[in-house]
Write a protein of this length. Structure first.
Length: 300
C-alpha cells in the first residue's frame, strides 16, 4: 500500500463528504477509493470513518488522523516545492480568493497585469462571497473586507471601503432625502440579504452601534440586483462604496446620510505566513499591494 496516496485519498473523502463525491473529484472508480480507505484502516488497525447509507462521519481517531495527514502531506509538498526551485524563481500555481464584485472590479485587472509580468505563474482565482478557509481549502491568498479576527494569519492592508446609503435622483425628488437614520422609517428600502438584515441597518461608530429599523419593500440576493433596483427608483439601498462607484459617477445614484456612516472597513490581503514564503506568493504580494492601494474604492 502506498501510504501517502492512501492518506491523500482519505483526506479527499473527508473534504468531499462521501466516497462517491471523492471518487468523482479524484477521477477514480468508487471501488478504488473505498479499497484505499479500507487498506489504510487495516494498516492502522483502527476505524477512521463511521459509514452509513447517507453520510460519513469521522471517528475520534479519524479526527486526530486527519490533522496528522494534512501536516504530513503539507510538509512533503513544501519539500517538493523547495526541491523544484519554487523558492528560487517565481513559478507555480497560486490560488487566490476574493469577494465576487470586488474581485471582478479590482482583482481581475491586477491579476491580468501580474500574469503578463510573470509567465511562469498560474493563478486560480476564486470569486465568492463565502469566506474560504485558507488551510482547509488550500488557498494561498485571500482578499478580505472587514475587521479581521486575531489569528496566526498574516495580513497586508491595501485600503478601506465605506458602507453607503444611496438612492436615485428620481426617488429623492419624489420622497426627499432622509436627514437622519431615524427618517428611514418613512422610506422604501432595498435589502441585500447576504450583507444586511431586512429589518435593520447599522449606523455610527459608537459601541454599541445604532441599529435602525427599515421598511424593506424589496429583498434580493445579489448586490447587482439591489443596485439596479435602486437606480430605477425602487428605494434606498445600503452597499459597499466600491460597488456603486460607477453609479455615483454617472449620477444614477446619490449618497445620503453620509455623516452617520459607520467606520470604514479595511481591505486586507491575507495569507498563512509560512516561512520561507514561496517566491510566487511574495511576488504577488509585492506586485498587488501597491497597485490595490493606488485604486479608488470609494468617491470621497
Amino acid at each position: 500500500m502506498d501510504r501517502l496516496d492512501a492518506m491523500a485519498v482519505f483526506l479527499a473523502v473527508v473534504d468531499a463528504g462521501s466516497l462517491s463525491a471523492a471518487a468523482r473529484q479524484l477521477g477514480m472508480p468508487l471501488a478504488t477509493v473505498s479499497r484505499k480507505v479500507a487498506a489504510l484502516e487495516a494498516h492502522l488497525n483502527t476505524r477512521l470513518l463511521h459509514r452509513t447509507t447517507r453520510q460519513l462521519a469521522l471517528t475520534e481517531t479519524g479526527s486526530a488522523y486527519v490533522a496528522a495527514c494534512r501536516r504530513i502531506l503539507g510538509e512533503i509538498g513544501e519539500a517538493e516545492r523547495t526541491a523544484s526551485g519554487e523558492y528560487a524563481m517565481p513559478k507555480g500555481e497560486l490560488t487566490v480568493t476574493a469577494p465576487m464584485m470586488f474581485g471582478r472590479l479590482h482583482i481581475v485587472p491586477v491579476v491580468a497585469e501580474f500574469l503578463a509580468r510573470y509567465p511562469e505563474i498560474e493563478i486560480n482565482l476564486v470569486l465568492t462571497d463565502r469566506v474560504m478557509h485558507l488551510m482547509d481549502e488550500h488557498v494561498d491568498l485571500a482578499v478580505r473586507i472587514g475587521e479581521l479576527p486575531d489569528s496566526s494569519l498574516m495580513a497586508t492592508n491595501v485600503g478601506k471601503v465605506r458602507r453607503v446609503v444611496c438612492a436615485s435622483p428620481g426617488y429623492l425628488a419624489r420622497h426627499g432625502a432622509p436627514a437622519t437614520p431615524a427618517d428611514l422609517a418613512a422610506h422604501d428600502c432595498i435589502s441585500f440579504e447576504v450583507m444586511e438584515s431586512r429589518r435593520a441597518w447599522v449606523f455610527g461608530t459608537a459601541r454599541p452601534a445604532q441599529a435602525v429599523p427599515v421598511h424593506s419593500r424589496l429583498a434580493v440576493n445579489t448586490v447587482d440586483a439591489a443596485i439596479a433596483a435602486a437606480s430605477l427608483g425602487v428605494g434606498l439601498v445600503r452597499v459597499m462604496s466600491y460597488q456603486v462607484m460607477d453609479a455615483l459617477r454617472d449620477d444614477t445614484l446619490r449618497i445620503v446620510l453620509e455623516p452617520f456612516e459607520a467606520s470604514p472597513l479595511p481591505v486586507s490581503l491575507l495569507h498563512k505566513g509560512q516561512a520561507p514564503l514561496p517566491l510566487k506568493l511574495r511576488a504577488f504580494l509585492d506586485f498587488a499591494a501597491p497597485r490595490l492601494r493606488g485604486r479608488q474604492f470609494s468617491i470621497d
